[in-house]
Design a protein. Structure first.
Length: 306
């Protein structure tokens, strides 16, 4: 996310406004120029959705990531569950698993492409197995945008004469890999590795989306864990609203959730200090550390006293 996408050769060249970047106004409320082109889909629908998007050839420049180790990991976890079934059953008595749901929200920005996303998928698969063994429900979600540097939202804004301070100017793409009552599979994790999937990231709205899904659930103990590798970035939005626009909104969203107290919010940052956004933030130095960090975080959260 911290990568300067505008300087990378693989980013599609889209029409630009001739306006200079505007100064960020912290007193101006966050807004969405239009939600008409936002998408919320199941992972099983990714093929159909991504096939309709323009500028797909840039993804051909990136090598495919072999998902084979995800399927191997799934087999290893199943074998481990068989060997350790009794001890895990004892662990599940430490909290009210039937009244607990944990949502994992994974950043799908361009900088997560390749090995970082592979390790994130592995961590999600391990976390899903852990939660299933404990008897807690789970959701695994991903967030990105449909296009680079603004999609149909930005095109509408251009056609409308580029009114000032338009708000968010890209089309959200939110993906459901695993809904409450389901267990994540290696096949669904493999969908995370698509090179044509990961683009820009609008974290604040993604967290609001994940939180709204949790708030519709009946479970009393709700947890939302975010995996991220940088600050929110969408070039089209920042150019038209100021360079702190998405960062400011993310801070506002996390603060509101933490103050409300109905959802326990936490995050793991990959070489990115998420403590600046989340009270319960953990920074790790490399994606390889994700599995262990996520398992430890889940255990600490669900076994902590309310």
């Amino acid at each position: 996310m911290l990568v300067a996408l505008m300087t990378l050769s693989f980013v599609p060249s889209l029409r630009r406004s001739r306006r200079r970047p505007v100064r960020f106004d912290p007193d101006r409320p966050y807004q969405v120029y239009t939600p008409d082109y936002d998408l919320e889909i199941k992972a099983s629908d990714l093929d159909a959705v991504l096939a309709t998007l323009p500028d797909r050839r840039w993804a051909d420049r990136f090598p495919e990531v072999d998902p084979g180790q995800l399927y191997d990991l799934e087999k290893d976890l199943a074998a481990r569950r068989t060997r350790m079934r009794s001890s895990q059953a004892e662990d599940s008595t430490a909290f009210d698993a039937a009244d607990t749901i944990v949502a994992l929200l994974i950043d799908h920005s361009g900088s997560m492409r390749g090995q970082p996303m592979l390790f994130a998928a592995r961590a999600a698969l391990v976390a899903s197995d852990l939660l299933d063994s404990l008897g807690a429900k789970q959701e695994v979600l991903g967030f990105t945008t449909a296009r680079w540097k603004g999609g149909q939202s930005r095109e509408k804004w251009l056609a409308d004469g580029q009114p000032s301070h338009p708000g968010r100017l890209n089309d959200l793409l939110h993906i459901i890999y695993c809904s409450a009552g389901e267990k994540l599979s290696a096949q669904r994790c493999a969908d995370m590795l698509r090179p044509d999937l990961m683009k820009e990231n609008i974290d604040g709205e993604a967290i609001q989306w994940a939180a709204s899904r949790l708030r519709r659930r009946a479970e009393r103990q709700k947890y939302l864990i975010v995996l991220s590798d940088g600050a929110p970035v969408d070039d089209s939005t920042l150019l038209a609203n100021g360079d702190r626009y998405l960062d400011h909104h993310l801070r506002h969203v996390t603060s509101e959730i933490e103050q409300a107290g109905d959802i326990r919010l936490a995050a793991i940052g990959i070489s990115h200090p998420v403590e600046q956004y989340y009270r319960q933030g953990i920074t790790i130095s490399s994606p390889e550390e994700l599995e262990e960090a996520l398992v430890q975080l889940i255990n600490r959260l669900v076994h902590a006293s309310p």
